[in-house]
Write a protein of this length. Structure first.
Length: 441
């Protein structure tokens, strides 16, 4: 049996929805479990709306929510053909719109955004995607039953970063998913979302839909987990930014876990353990069938020496050390590099995280957009890791540089105060040329 996870960023055009239905209908044997995420940017927009409401900007928050709902309406009209189905979906979207309005109105009134309310708001993106994709699959003749994740995934009450509770989740899967699969019908559910034992909606953190898929794969005893993404597997760099990036054909569970912790967005750090425990093979592929490359992760993953160059545009800020400590005590965190320089701390964060920092009233010296460049390397010679760090230290507008080294694996991270894309192609080619034995698998 197979579990399939489809990332929201994979579904950007009507053709993508068509490809999804074709993949599930023809390339995989029923029954299967399909896990879906919110459509592109939706979760971030809902999070921004929640923050606007907390700041008392109720009209702006409502406008952003209306934009999200209108987008789903438009997508439904583009990818579906049956009038009564479209009308039924629009009624559902209207209900969710009213629910979201009540949540932001309450938040704007009290000027307090509790973690519980924030999760109720941000989880609505997955709910809209679930119903939309359900009807896309049904129109294409795929026999599928939707089972909301709120009725299956049980978590603790750490809102925003909840941990799934395995035993309770396994019990619900056996009650609500396995009987459907045993009838030969496939199951559609959401990632990212769960509920506490008391029934409160929770979310498990950014990119955690992959964790949902891995957890379900373990519980149902799946042989394979397939992740459909915008790119055809893992490369030595993002091929959209570095056209000369080389594909990585195989990875061990250990290396995949290290890469996830290093910041590879295709993986979620805690998703590897459930797969390793049951020897479930993970395959990362593109939804576009013309892309033949894929990356396989499993017990037989190759241990060849390799490197992966990661790049992410973030927001760079400088804080006094005391301000940084105060921010941490009040629950703030940064997505990227943290480096101390004298009495100041340099941090890289997303725009939303920066907005939270400003809302907390923490004094910051914002320096605008920045790029976080990270090189993960597996090599037996210490000179390789030292050379990579030296190479990154030459990046223009360098603000901070950190390096972590354990056994034969290193992760070197640089932060540049630049809104422009750094010379990634040249950086990638320099590492590849200096150390040709670091292969892409």
């Amino acid at each position: 049996m197979t579990v399939i996870k489809v990332g929201g960023s994979t579904l950007r055009t009507p053709i993508d929805f068509e490809r999804l239905a074709q993949r599930i209908g023809t390339d995989h044997a029923s029954p299967m479990v399909v896990v879906v995420s919110a459509l592109p940017q939706v979760t971030r927009q809902l999070e921004q709306a929640a923050l606007l409401a907390e700041n008392g900007q109720q009209e702006q928050a409502q406008s952003l929510i209306a934009t999200v709902v209108t987008h789903h309406r438009n997508v439904a009209r583009q990818v579906l053909h049956e009038r009564h189905v479209i009308e039924a979906l629009e009624m559902l979207f209207d209900e969710l719109y009213q629910q979201l309005l009540r949540l932001v109105q309450g938040t704007a009134l009290t000027r307090e955004l509790t973690p519980r309310t924030r999760d109720r708001i941000t989880s609505c993106g997955e709910r809209m995607a679930l119903h939309l994709i359900h009807h896309v699959l049904v129109e294409e003749g795929v026999e599928v039953t939707s089972v909301p994740a709120t009725g299956v995934i049980v978590t603790d009450a750490t809102y925003g970063n909840a941990e799934p509770l395995y035993e309770q989740t396994a019990e619900r899967v056996q009650q609500r998913i396995l009987p459907i699969l045993q009838r030969g019908c496939s199951v559609l559910t959401e990632g990212f979302v769960g509920t506490t034992r008391d029934g409160d909606v929770t979310t498990m953190g950014k990119e955690s839909s992959n964790l949902t898929a891995a957890l379900l794969a373990r519980v149902i005893g799946a042989e394979n987990l397939v992740l459909y993404t915008p790119v055809a597997g893992i490369y030595t760099a993002d091929p959209l930014l570095v056209p000369t990036a080389r594909p990585i054909a195989c990875l061990s569970y250990q290396h995949a876990e290290h890469l996830a912790h290093a910041g590879l967005k295709l993986l979620y750090p805690t998703m590897i353990a459930p797969l390793r425990e049951q020897s479930i093979q993970l395959r990362i592929a593109a939804l576009d069938p013309s892309e033949s490359h894929a990356t396989c992760i499993g017990n037989d993953g190759e241990e060849v020496e390799m490197f992966v160059l990661l790049a992410e545009r973030l927001c760079g800020v400088e804080l006094t050390r005391s301000s940084y400590r105060s921010a941490l005590e009040r629950g703030w965190h940064a997505s990227g590099i943290i480096a101390e320089h004298g009495m100041r701390v340099i941090a890289a964060a997303t725009a939303v995280e920066l907005a939270v920092l400003e809302h907390l009233g923490i004094a910051a010296y914002q320096r605008g957009e920045c790029w976080q460049i990270r090189v993960w390397a597996y090599a037996s010679r210490p000179a390789v890791h030292r050379h990579i760090a030296a190479t990154l230290s030459q990046l223009p507008s360098l603000a901070a540089l950190t390096a972590a080294h354990s056994d034969d694996i290193s992760t070197t991270t640089a932060l540049t105060w630049s809104a422009a894309l750094p010379p990634l192609v040249a950086l990638h080619e320099q590492i590849a040329e200096d150390f040709p034995h670091l292969q892409g698998g």
